[in-house]
Design a protein around this ligand. Structure first.
Ligand SMILES: [Zn+2]
Length: 412
């Protein structure tokens, strides 16, 4: 295991996040084990653990015979809420801080490329629905984490107001959320800390905390579906680049003379390998249906392929090589230990039928040596990966919540 922490002050938050992650991944772990796993000094571990045990978020296993007691997350005391602004539905979930998903609810309307003025009110309604149905008191909730599509400005807690200056006059910019003050609105109405990040970043975070990325220092997460995206964990940290817009693999040009993409670019991978193209290839004509109908059609095609339908299998095999282009690009850019493939938004679809083809494409076309060493794996998460990612986002910020007194507020 290579989870090295640092004793420098500048890495204070990262070290605390690392210790929480290790306790999450190894329930019952002792302080001695934590020092060994993290490479932090024993006094540093003792100090950090004390902060967490005093706040009540971490407890000790009851065993009077053992001095060096095992550490676990508190159960049934603190809760968090995750909201995923999906294209097919807005989904919310209540998590016990210990990690159990207590309740999951959906609003039938997903977010759209344009508009979405009703989003703050709808998200608030969803939060109230979740709390009411679970019977949990509002004052047991530590924070809300939001996974959003598009460009997300995490430091200000705002979703970008994307500049129109680079576009043709009159061009509508997708996910141009500037007028939608979702975070401020929810903060004001719920009096809770609200964290927000891009959905692909949060998928990578979910894998890093709970999935195939556990214990892996460098990996890329590749989410495929109607939309295509990615996230990267580099040296155990989520890579954010300069503007928190990274791994936009779906918007890398793969066909210079291809279709115009909604992002303003031409021939993006998403226009070639987005799952709408599976339906087009299977039906032999360009689809005109909406995303809900597209999901139904895709479910049928994947089901037929699993039943051995030759046409469905041929279409998916061909499509997997297009997805392979994105996988190879991510691998050549980041030289990761793993590429983790996950489904984006679509429920009821298993990527297991595609993974071998994607892996074969990687082994054939990624840069030599990198391709020999990289593992291509399928995520264990389904369409709810973003909810776990938003929960992980809160865990990453748990130390800040403790410092700012929010945990004390809930502990009263
Ligand atoms: Zn694009």
């Amino acid at each position: 295991m290579n989870n090295s922490g640092s004793n420098q002050d500048s890495n204070k938050i990262h070290n605390r996040s690392l210790i929480l992650k290790l306790i999450k991944q190894h329930p019952g772990v002792t302080r001695t084990d934590l020092a060994q796993y993290s490479n932090l000094s024993k006094p540093a571990i003792t100090k950090i653990v004390q902060e967490f045990t005093e706040s009540g978020v971490i407890g000790e296993l009851e065993d009077k015979k053992i001095r060096n007691k095992g550490l676990v997350f508190a159960k049934g005391r603190f809760y968090t809420i995750s909201i995923y602004l999906g294209r097919l539905a807005v989904t919310g979930a209540l998590f016990d801080l210990e990690g159990s998903l207590v309740t999951e609810m959906h609003l039938p309307q997903g977010v759209r490329f344009y508009g979405n003025d009703e989003l703050p009110e709808n998200a608030l309604e969803l939060i109230h629905m979740i709390i009411d149905s679970s019977g949990i008191q509002m004052d047991s909730i530590l924070a809300v984490g939001i996974a959003a599509p598009g460009s997300v400005e995490i430091k200000k807690g705002l979703v970008f107001n994307r500049s129109l200056s680079s576009c043709d006059p009159g061009t509508q910019v997708p996910f141009n959320w500037g007028k939608i003050h979702l975070v401020e609105f929810l903060k004001e109405k719920t009096n809770l800390p609200i964290f927000i990040d891009n959905n692909s970043n949060l998928s990578a975070l979910a894998e890093s905390w709970f999935g195939k990325g556990v214990g892996v220092s460098n990996f890329v997460q590749y989410s495929v579906g109607i939309g295509i995206g990615g996230g990267a964990i580099i040296e155990n940290r989520l890579f954010r680049g300069n503007d928190n817009i990274v791994c936009e693999i779906g918007h890398v040009t793969v066909d210079c003379e291809g279709e115009r993409c909604f992002c303003g670019n031409t021939g993006c991978l998403e226009t070639v390998a987005g799952f709408g193209k599976i339906v087009d290839a299977y039906e032999g004509s360009k689809h005109t249906c909406n995303e809900e109908e597209l999901q139904q059609k895709l479910m049928k095609i994947f089901m037929r392929a699993e039943e051995g339908d030759a046409h469905a299998l041929m279409v998916l095999k061909k499509h997997a090589s297009k997805l392979g282009i994105g996988a190879v690009t991510l691998i050549n850019m980041f030289s990761p230990e793993k590429l983790i493939l996950s489904i984006n938004d679509l429920e009821g679809i298993s990527l297991s039928i595609l993974i071998k083809e994607v892996e074969a494409y990687v082994k054939a076309y990624a840069y030599p040596i990198i391709s020999d060493n990289v593992q291509v794996e399928l995520s264990d998460f389904g369409a709810n990966i973003h909810l776990y990612g938003a929960y992980a986002l809160i865990l990453e910020n748990l130390f800040i919540l403790i410092q700012e007194g929010h945990v004390r507020r809930v502990s009263r």
